[in-house]
Design a protein around this ligand. Structure first.
Ligand SMILES: Cc1cc2nc3c(=O)[nH]c(=O)nc-3n(C[C@H](O)[C@H](O)[C@H](O)COP(=O)(O)OP(=O)(O)OC[C@H]3O[C@@H](n4cnc5c(N)ncnc54)[C@H](O)[C@@H]3O)c2cc1C
Length: 424
């Protein structure tokens, strides 16, 4: 990692030398206001690019812990074998080409008084404004028995490409007739429909390769988003294969024993052949470093600028932010990034930011040719985001298989478009 930070510094010096020969944008960049963005996922990478595009005088540095980003949308299709993992993976070359300085290193400390970020190798970056988009972390100690060793046996595959690959291998190795247990956490959590999309895609894989197997979803909630649509599709496509156990039937996970792949709820004990444990969540740890997470574990922000309500000059976007009715989605993170970048450009120029409207769209694949979706527009109302323009749009019930097929095509197009805009 040190080498990569040094390489970035060399690139920066080279840019400064080039700037002497070609004065316009590069000199302005070196001398301009400094914005540091922590987290090169859907929110952070989008924001870094939008900042540079809107005002090339701003010196934008993107700090990302990993050289390759693994996108979670469509990761359940990869787990089901519809795509190779590389379909989900993206580098930072094009973001560098767009004029953003990319530093591959983890941020380890934030000094909000001195406006300074310290990296894993001890190097530091000064900022005028800091943007955090660190995604989610799991709440430590929330599930007795679930630690990093247990995660290597019962992976979440919720923010980690290696775990996506591990879960795929575990399913391939499972015998026909095996039981896959998925645990779905309380809200707020990343992408509320995603545990049920995961159950669907695993059922698709099992139906086509190991048809005597079953999927049990242990849910800490009493119900879930688009439940009627999911359950109708499960009945049609995977009859008798997926069992959903809600809170009042003992779905809440109380502990795990990774050694025996046993999951305990308040009422029962479940023996898994493959366990996909998705723990309760909070804002990514970088939010704690910066002091922008409140007692809920998430980050309160101003809905117009995404500036933290707890620390000045620090903005929080993406899953880590509290954004009212907006779901925690890649689509929402991308939309928030554009609004946050525009607000920072306006604030640095001493202007008032405009009041935004934001969008989110989230597709859930139930089979390769069957998808449902949830879309919405959101505006700030009473200091928080509320659904606007007539509320959210959800796929209708009782439509033809062809209509579900059209949505599955749209899901693929959406993924190509968003990853193209953010990383391409
Ligand atoms: C199974 C699944 C399916 C999903 N499907 C959809 C979908 O269909 N549509 C949709 O819109 N959304 C979907 N999502 C949700 C989507 O993945 C997230 O909402 C989105 O990634 C949030 O963006 P973010 O920028 O907040 O976090 P991320 O995209 O996770 O990016 C966070 C980045 O920050 C980096 N980071 C964290 N801490 C540090 C640090 N200290 N220093 C440096 N770097 C750091 C991480 O390495 C990571 O790259 C899905 C999620 C899952 C799990």
């Amino acid at each position: 990692m040190t080498g990569q930070v040094r390489a970035t510094r060399r690139r920066f010096l080279t840019s400064a030398i080039a700037a002497a020969a070609f004065p316009a944008p590069l000199v302005a960049q070196a001398a301009g206001p400094r914005v540091v963005v922590i987290g090169g996922g859907f929110g952070g990478a989008s924001c870094a690019r939008a900042l540079r595009k809107t005002d090339p005088r701003i010196a934008v540095t993107l700090v990302e812990a990993n050289p390759t980003f693994t996108a979670m949308p469509q990761s359940s299709a990869a787990i089901a074998g519809l795509f190779e993992l590389k379909h989900q993976q993206f580098g930072y070359g094009r973001i560098r080409d767009s004029g953003v300085t990319v530093v591959i290193s983890a941020a380890k400390a934030v000094d909000s008084e001195k406006r300074k970020v310290t990296l894993a190798d001890g190097a530091s970056l000064a900022y005028d404004r800091l943007v955090l988009s660190p995604g989610i972390d799991f709440r430590p100690g929330a599930i007795p028995g679930y630690d990093s060793k247990a995660a290597a046996i019962m992976p979440a595959a919720w923010n980690n490409g290696e775990e996506v690959a591990l879960l795929r291998r575990q399913l391939e190795a499972m015998d026909d007739g095996g039981t896959v247990v998925i645990t779905s956490p309380v809200n707020p959590a990343r992408c509320p429909p995603a545990p049920y999309e995961r159950a669907s895609m695993i059922a698709f894989y099992l139906k086509t390769t190991k048809p005597r197997s079953k999927v049990i979803v242990l849910d800490s909630k009493e119900g879930f988003t688009m439940q009627k649509l999911f359950e109708a599709a499960w009945k049609e496509l995977y009859p008798g294969m997926i069992e959903w156990v809600g809170l009042s039937n003992g779905g809440a996970l109380s502990s795990v024993d990774a050694g025996t792949k046993t999951l305990l709820t308040d009422f029962d004990r479940y023996q898994a052949d493959v366990a996909n444990v998705i723990p309760p969540q909070k804002a990514g740890h970088a939010a704690d470093l910066a002091g922008v997470a409140d007692r809920t574990g998430w980050c309160p922000v101003d809905p117009v600028t995404f500036e933290s309500r707890l620390q000045k000059n620090i903005h929080v976007i993406g899953d880590a932010a509290i954004a009212g009715a907006m779901p925690r989605s890649a689509s929402a993170a991308h939309s928030q990034a554009a609004i946050c970048a525009a607000a920072i450009v306006a604030m640095l120029a001493g202007k008032a930011p405009e009041r935004p409207a934001l969008t989110s769209s989230c597709y859930s694949l139930i089979a390769p040719d069957y998808a449902i979706s949830q879309r919405g527009t959101y505006r700030p109302v009473d200091d928080q985001y509320a659904e606007a323009d007539g509320g959210g749009i959800v796929s209708p019930p009782n439509v033809s298989r062809a209509a579900r097929g059209v949505e599955s095509g749209q899901a693929g197009e959406w993924f190509r478009a968003i990853t193209g805009v953010v990383f391409g």
